[in-house]
Design a protein around this ligand. Sequence first.
Ligand SMILES: CC(C)(COP(=O)(O)OP(=O)(O)OC[C@H]1O[C@@H](n2cnc3c(N)ncnc32)[C@H](O)[C@@H]1OP(=O)(O)O)[C@@H](O)C(=O)NCCC(=O)NCCS
Length: 235
Amino acid sequence: MLSLKGDSMKEKFIIYGAGGHGKVIADIALLNGYREIAFFDDDIDIKECAGFPVVGRITGAESIVGDKIIAIGNSHIRERIQNNVKSVTLVHPDAIIGSRVTIGEGSAVMAGAIINADAKIGKGCIINTSSSVDHDCVVGDFSHVAVGAHLCGTVTIGKHTWVGAGAIILNNVSICNNVIIGAGAVVVSDIKEEGTYIGVPAKKMMKTTGNHLCGGGYNHKTIANGYVAPLEVAA
Ligand SMILES: CC(C)(COP(=O)(O)OP(=O)(O)OC[C@H]1O[C@@H](n2cnc3c(N)ncnc32)[C@H](O)[C@@H]1OP(=O)(O)O)[C@@H](O)C(=O)NCCC(=O)NCCS
């Protein structure tokens, strides 16, 4: 086991989750000046990620000294781990952050993302590559604005909500907790009921297989660290 104790804390970065999201987080950490990175993952077959070692299981990372972030796509698992881990906020240097924007603990903002004035990003969120969150938006804790998605001005997104790749949420729209917006959807009016919504304009999906949730889905049955996410039964 690699020892991360003893040296300068600023140089050490601990990433929970050695998957695709984790390796992007590693790149951002390097750009933020971290030099020593270690991953923790419960998949014991993964030994390395992004050229850095996977040094142990997630439960073993708590005692390691260093700045930490949870890089796990499933928002419920992310929350469960983050509740026990003081996490840092990580922003890619090529993201644009407007005036008076607040970004919660453990959130990650990826390359090319734009967050405009007075937006509020909760804790444990992912504001992914080339997405935009416009002025006065509120993004709830542990939500994900996926690659290339756009929230127009004064949009409110609930907790554990996933806005899929390239989706657009029109201005002043509110979306409740535990919603998945499918890739490419355009949401034109408030969503008050949890579920999966697709299309232009977005409509609730009556039947989902859960095959294409990319780890973040609310209605995706997930077992990890003993956690079973709620399984939505399709109507
Ligand atoms: C909406 C979504 C969650 C549904 O996943 P799913 O339950 O596995 O859906 P399936 O793949 O079983 O598709 C069910 C049907 O919906 C259609 N469908 C799936 N996603 C769709 C979308 N985004 N827009 C329009 N139709 C879609 C499928 O073509 C299929 O149609 P059919 O029954 O006529 O064959 C998923 O397709 C999606 O869009 N995920 C977002 C992924 C993403 O944004 N990743 C970003 C990573 S940063």
